[in-house]
Design a binder for this molecule. Sequence first.
Ligand code: NAP
Length: 328
Amino acid sequence: MNYRSLGNTGLKVSILGFGCGAIGGLLVRGSYPDMRATVARAIELGVTYFDTASMYGNGQSEANLGAVLRELGEAQGGRVIVGTKVRLGADADGRIAEAVTESVEGSLRRLGTEQVDLIQFHNRMDHQSRPAEDHWSVADLLTVAETFQGLQQQGKVRFWGFTGLGEPAVVLEAIQSGALHSVQSCYNLLNPSAGQAVDSEFPYENYSQMIDAAGAQGMGVIAIRVLAGGALAGTPDRHPVAAPAPNPIGSAKDYASDVAHAQRFGFLVDDGYADTLAEAAIRFVISKPQVSSALVGTSNQQQLEAAVAAVERGPLPDDALERIATVQ
Ligand SMILES: NC(=O)c1ccc[n+]([C@@H]2O[C@H](COP(=O)([O-])OP(=O)(O)OC[C@H]3O[C@@H](n4cnc5c(N)ncnc54)[C@H](OP(=O)(O)O)[C@@H]3O)[C@@H](O)[C@H]2O)c1
């Protein structure tokens, strides 16, 4: 396993991060013995970053992750780095600091820890603040960041970041504010715009090279949707503990179209660059040096092991990256 800096935090994170959300579903819907075995195996294979959120399984993911890490003797202060998130609801309008504090305290209770390494804002950014529609402005985010800083002074969080989804120009403004340590960025074979320039014909959301902007700002970058929610595994089949086919983020209008578009990258397997499309997709993401950790949502131990094997093969070679850019 290789490790990269999480921006200027001083933390090193494994290049493969363990997604504890509802998409892979293991930490939400899996059996406890399966979760325990898969998390233990991940740690054994060198995975150190685990990504959860208060909203995943309505707190279930945090509670399960906390229980497993305690049982494994890997809770707080060990080699494992845990990131969780605050999702504000419309009722936070006008009381952001209180709502953030309540949420973080709830996360710490469920995780069974006194401090979390990374806390992240989990809402959508927009020009205007419209909490009822889950649109939050940079001013809102700065209030959130200030609250996180106060929680850091109380020893409850170490570092903080946000999710780079919503209006890309506003996400860039938030990155440039210098008020945050990390960003979660949607970046994959189907939509590489967070990490490379795309032209005006590009059919999907243009994430405006936010990964480069974050890197220049000294922020850590956690890549999400590395497998486009599973579409880049190349088949429409879903594992029983996985969520049903998820709505795409930043790519086609529906999952079936993403699965179809993923076939355009089949040459990566046919021409021997990778054994599977999922492997190629993961290696594409870690080919971007500013990505600190690529999150993969796993449904079972086999998927985890395949993801670890993928990152161990390293970034894709330059000629593969050039051919990918042509298809993209
Ligand atoms: N901040 C945010 O707003 C945000 C948003 C999305 C995700 N995230 C984070 O990112 C994590 C990952 O979620 P994601 O939505 O980005 O999903 P993803 O990792 O792009 O896709 C996960 C799906 O890929 C398939 N898969 C995983 N490993 C595989 C392998 N080795 N071979 C073949 N298929 C494989 C599984 O599908 P099957 O189960 O059907 O086999 C799994 O459900 C989440 O847990 C969360 O921590 C954060």
